[in-house]
Design a protein around this ligand. Structure first.
Ligand SMILES: *Cc1c(COP(=O)(O)O)cnc(C)c1O
Length: 246
């Protein structure tokens, strides 16, 4: 079990390295994030012990359950799931330094109010729906600049980049289109020169499509299955609002 996780991590680093070489990018430009939904704290500890520094959960409940076990191990914790406004107070208790799934103004405003009250700030990525699938969250690309502008006025939220979940498809070129949309959007936002907005990060690419994402400019790839093995629940369980209370 330990060997599997470490071996898989090495394989992923090798894939990242190769993809960087092939697209003429510096390997330091791409960071590995481990998506740890359904993964026990013990198994996450193996990854952290193996040199991994960045992990992310999809559900506040799971974050909470593993928090005590992991809090004394140096690492960075992001949030990549659909966040309900009634979980905002909770998420601020468990050491999350970046919410990658910010996709609507009402959530941003409530988060801002809470952060103000606690005298804190939060890094955020704007999640964009680049695949046009109704089942996924994220702002429509057409509305993204407007949303970035509005969120930029909320002083506690520090926009650092964009996140997307690409299309689930075996057709690489269709997946690539999603990543290109995110990259183009990043460039458009940079041209807008919006105060309080940084656009360095592009979080895109998962176990099956990280090479394509790196070719298209990803600065962070989010990998779960390829390191920890298959999950028992389908991903829609984690991405559907109806199920977020479990
Ligand atoms: C689960 C998850 C991932 C990782 O997916 P794998 O296919 O297991 O690599 C990446 N991003 C998000 C938002 C996820 O929920």
């Amino acid at each position: 079990m330990k060997e599997d996780i470490l071996h898989n991590m090495a394989t992923i680093h090798e894939r990242i390295k190769k993809a960087c070489q092939q697209s003429g990018r510096d390997i330091d430009e791409v960071r590995l994030l481990l998506a740890t939904k359904t993964v026990s704290a013990d198994r996450i500890k193996i990854a952290l012990g193996g040199g991994q520094t960045l992990i992310a959960e999809n559900k506040v409940q799971e974050l909470k359950e593993k928090y005590e076990d992991l809090k004394n191990i140096t690492h960075e914790s992001h949030f990549i799931g659909h966040l309900q406004t009634n979980k905002i107070k909770d998420i601020l208790k468990f050491g999350v330094t970046c919410i990658q799934s910010l996709d609507r103004l009402d959530l941003a405003e409530k988060l801002h109010q809470r952060l103000l009250a606690e005298n804190k700030t939060m890094d955020v990525f704007i999640q964009v729906n680049t695949s046009n699938e109704e089942s996924k969250f994220g702002v429509d690309p057409i509305d993204a600049i407007d949303l970035v502008q509005k969120i930029s006025r909320l002083s506690t939220l520090k926009i650092k980049g964009l996140m997307t979940i690409g299309l689930f498809s075996a057709e690489t070129e269709k997946v690539r289109t999603c990543f290109k949309i995110l990259k183009d959007l990043q460039q458009d936002i940079i041209r807008e020169n919006i105060p309080n907005v940084e656009m360095k990060e592009l979080s895109m690419g998962m176990s099956s499509d990280l090479e394509t994402a790196i070719e298209e400019g990803a600065t962070m790839v989010r990998v779960g299955t390829a390191v920890f093995g298959p999950r028992i629940y389908p991903d829609t369980y984690y991405w559907n609002e109806e199920n977020t209370d479990h």
